[in-house]
Every structure is written in structure tokens, then in C-alpha cells.
Design a protein around this ligand. Structure first.
Ligand code: PGA
Ligand code: ZN
Length: 477
């Protein structure tokens, strides 16, 4: 082939001329860089390689990390994992060999990515998220993604989403939240109210507190940066309050960074938080939310508030009616605006009852397992009025967007959530902004894997500048 034929075949003269003209129009001071970026942008991107590996999550338990290569760059994602698992959520694939990582290895999921998924996706355009996700669903063929493993599928889905976002802008800073907003048809990316876990109990800590989390929501902040400051200052005041009352040994933290004082009374724990809020001076601006995670201590039809206690007296069993009374009292005594999983995940009757009282938002986590059919049932039966969104219970970015739409159409609140086992991937921060979920729950303002999400929200707010909107009082919209 002659030089001229080569130039003609690739339309190089025309493309170079366009790039030079664009550089002149932009009056750029670095035309070579501008032209190379311009030309790079005009190349259609395809997935060229997918390589997964086993890494460890924040608990020291194996999880999946993947590098998805396109002809424009490498995009990395890793997936979280939690304590609560249920029959309606997507299935994590674990090796089960007790001699290796106590059965928790994920080498099979990794192999599924490196062999089957990679073969199916190489050559696809990373901006076509729903086609990529559908290709993996088709390959898996099971309802709950148990064949390839949701840990394999989600890792690739998130990495593809990052690659798709990068495709939209020829710059290093990837506006992932904007790509997600575009895909969901949303035009109003919104910074969420952070729900900081300040007290950890239940299965997230080794204390005697049955309730899993007490969270604080700086609803009255004017921007996310201020919310982070308010939450963090209160978290530090809480440490001082606990130390004064019962000593520094009660300030050890649980899996998601909340303090885990060895107390069992809900009121005692809430009083500590109330005192910390008062010391920080944000009385009217910070509200409280609970994740009771009541399924963990429901025995038959009764709730064992001593389930974490080594010396169970058997005296602290409560009926669902007793629990309901307790919640009513707590909501009137403390600034509680939201309660997650107040009853067992199959106790639809009492969930409906508490929601009908209108005393606070009622969030379905274990109740819903982020499952579209369970959400549909809860909407039809008016069982709860907010979704706790755990992306690894869903499995693909496309389906995550769908369940959030489903919840929003029912005028529910949406809480984008981390898991107790996290990685340093900050994807859910961008997701919460792009889908305008209103609230993000990513643990305490402490510990790297939790802060990676909150710090990413700071960066997004900075990038949006004057356009940044903080959900604040509209946290449920
Ligand atoms: P998990 O907890 O990640 O341990 O399931 C989170 C939650 O219950 O909200
Ligand atoms: Zn929960």
C-alpha cells in the first residue's frame, strides 16, 4: 500500500485537519496535547481485555477486583460483601474450600471473569452498559447470578460503567456520576445527606447492644462539605462523651467504624449520641437514624434484646407489640427520622403497622434485599417507604438503576448503602449523586474504606462548583 493509499484508507488528512482546526478555534496554548486528546476522543472505544484477581476486603475476607481495559485506558472496580444474606438476593460465589481462607476464597468467581465473561465482552463498546449487563445475565442463565457469581458480574459491570464514563470526556477526571445520571435519565445530580454510623452494635460489633447502627444525618447543613464537618465533629465529641462516662476502652470501633460501647440499653446509647450532638452545637441540624436489623435477634415471634450478651438472663425478650411501643417512645424522645428493619424480615404485618403511623421513615433492608419483586410487594402493600440499596444484592448497574426508579416512582426514600465488608472503591458515592438517592450510608467518618466514599463526595461537590446541590431537607425526594 502506498502512503497516499494508507492516508486515504484511514481518512487521516481529514481527521488531522479537523483536529488542527479545533485547536486553533480553542486557542489552546498546548496544541500538540490538544490535538492528541481530540483525536483520541474520535476513536470509538472497545473492551480489549478483562483481568480479575482476588484481593481482601476491609474485614480481611477475599473479594473480587477487576481491571477492564479499553483502547483508551484501564478501569478498576472491586465489590463489597455483607453479613446479611437472604434467599432473594443475588448469590456471591465463594470457593468453599475450608482449608483456604476458611472457605471464603473467590478464585472461582475470578476464573469466571478471566475465562467466560472476558470472552463474551471483548470487543463490546463500554458505553453500552445495558448490553454488557445483559450479556453477563444471559451467560449466567440463573435467576440469582449464582452460576458466574454476583461478585464476578458486579465487578465487571462497575468497571464497564467507569470505562463508559471516561468515554464521554477526553480528560483524566472521570465524571462517573454524570454518566450514571445520563443513563438513568436524571438531570439533577444531587449530593446526598450522609448517614454516619456513630454507634455500632449487633453483628457489626462485639458489644452487648442489639441494635446494629445508630446514625447521624446532618440534614441542616448547606452543603456536603459542611455535613461532613458536622458529622465528624460530632463523632469526635461522642468519643469524649463515651470516654468520660465509661472509659476509653468503650471507644473501640465496630466493622463500619462506629463506637462500640458495651451497653445494652437503646436509650443509654441514644443519650450518648444526643449529648455529642448537643456538645457539637448542631442540635436542630442533625437528626438520628437507626438500623435495628431486627431479623438478627428475632427468635420465633419474639425479639431477644440480649442476643449479644454472654450472660443471657432470658428476661429481655420483647414481643413485636413491645418493640412497636418502644419505637413510638424513642421517636418522641429523640430526633429520630428513620428506622431500618424494625422487625424481622418476614414480619410484614408489623412493618406495615409502624409505616402507617407516620412517625418516621421506615427503611427496608433485609425486608427487601434490594430485590425488585420484594420491592413491588412492599409498594403494593404499603409495607415500608424507603429502599436500602445494596448494589451487590442486585448485581448489575443497569438493574440498580431500575430498582431505584421503581422506588422513586412510589415516592420512597432511597438510601445508597455500603456493606460491612468494603473495598476502597468509591463507586457508590458517584452512584448516589447520579441517581440523586438523597441519602448515602457509608459508615463512620473514620477508616479508609468508609472515607473513600465521603472524600469522593467532597471531590464531586468541588467539581460541580456553583451547580452543586446538597439534598439537605429534601433527603427523601
Ligand atoms: P451488612 O450490613 O453489610 O453487614 O449486611 C449493612 C446493613 O445492614 O445495613
Ligand atoms: Zn441494614
Amino acid at each position: 500500500m502506498s502512503v497516499q493509499e494508507y492516508l486515504d484508507k484511514h481518512m487521516l488528512s481529514r481527521k488531522l485537519e479537523d483536529a488542527v482546526n479545533a485547536a486553533v478555534r480553542a486557542k489552546t496554548s498546548d496544541p500538540v496535547l490538544f490535538i492528541s486528546n481530540h483525536m483520541r476522543k474520535s476513536v470509538q472505544s472497545v473492551i480489549t481485555k478483562i483481568k480479575a484477581r482476588q484481593i481482601l476486603d476491609s474485614r480481611g475476607i477475599p473479594t473480587v477486583e477487576v481491571d477492564l481495559h479499553t483502547n483508551k485506558g484501564v478501569f478498576r472496580a472491586s465489590v463489597p460483601s455483607g453479613n446479611s444474606t437472604g434467599m432473594y438476593e443475588a448469590v456471591e460465589l465463594r470457593d468453599g474450600d475450608k482449608g483456604v481462607y476458611l472457605g471464603n476464597g473467590v478464585s472461582k468467581a475470578v476464573k469466571n471473569i478471566n475465562d467466560k465473561i472476558s470472552e463474551a465482552l471483548i470487543g463490546m463498546d463500554p458505553t453500552l452498559q445495558s448490553q454488557i449487563d445483559q450479556a453477563m445475565i444471559d451467560l449466567d442463565k440463573t435467576e440469582k447470578k449464582g452460576e458466574l457469581g454476583v461478585n464476578a458480574i458486579l465487578a465487571v459491570s462497575i468497571a464497564a460503567c467507569k470505562a463508559g464514563a471516561a468515554e464521554k470526556e477526553a480528560c483524566l477526571f472521570v465524571p462517573l456520576y454524570k454518566h450514571i445520571a445520563d443513563m438513568s435519565g436524571k438531570t439533577n445530580p444531587t449530593l446526598p445527606v450522609p448517614a454516619f454510623t456513630v454507634i455500632s452494635g449487633g453483628k457489626h460489633a462485639g458489644s452487648t447492644l442489639a441494635i446494629q447502627e445508630i446514625m447521624i444525618l446532618p440534614i441542616g447543613a448547606s452543603k456536603f462539605e459542611e455535613a461532613l464537618r458536622m458529622g465528624t465533629e460530632t463523632y469526635h465529641h461522642l468519643k469524649a462523651v463515651i470516654t468520660e462516662k465509661s472509659g476509653a476502652h468503650n471507644c473501640n470501633v465496630g466493622e463500619d467504624g462506629g463506637y462500640a460501647p458495651n451497653i445494652s440499653s437503646f436509650r443509654e446509647a441514644l443519650d450518648l449520641v444526643k449529648e455529642a450532638i448537643s456538645r457539637s452545637g448542631y442540635n436542630e441540624k442533625i437528626k438520628i437514624a437507626l438500623d435495628v436489623s431486627a431479623t438478627n435477634f428475632c427468635i420465633g415471634k419474639r425479639y431477644d434484646l440480649d442476643f449479644q450478651s454472654p450472660q443471657k438472663s432470658g428476661q429481655n425478650f420483647k414481643s413485636a407489640e413491645d418493640m412497636l411501643e418502644l419505637y413510638k417512645e424513642l421517636c418522641s424522645e429523640y430526633p429520630i427520622v428513620s428506622i431500618e428493619d424494625p422487625f424481622d424480615k418476614e414480619d410484614w404485618e408489623h412493618i406495615k403497622h409502624i409505616s402507617s403511623l407516620g412517625i418516621c421513615q421506615v427503611v427496608g433492608d433485609d425486608l427487601l434485599m434490594s430485590n425488585a419483586k420484594r420491592i413491588e410487594r412492599a409498594i403494593t402493600e404499603s409495607a415500608c417507604n424507603a429502599l436500602l440499596l445494596k448494589v451487590n444484592q442486585v448485581g448489575t448497574v443497569t438493574e440498580v438503576i431500575e430498582v431505584v426508579k421503581q422506588a422513586k416512582e412510589a415516592h420512597w426514600g432511597v438510601v445508597t448503602s455500603h456493606r460491612c465488608g468494603e473495598s476502597v472503591d468509591s463507586f457508590i458515592a458517584d452512584l448516589s449523586v447520579g441517581l440523586a438517592s438523597g441519602v448515602i450510608k457509608a459508615g463512620a467518618p473514620c477508616r479508609g474504606e468508609r472515607l473513600e466514599k465521603y472524600n469522593q463526595l467532597l471531590r464531586i461537590e468541588e467539581e460541580l462548583g456553583d451547580q452543586a446541590v446538597y439534598a439537605g431537607d429534601d433527603w427523601r425526594q
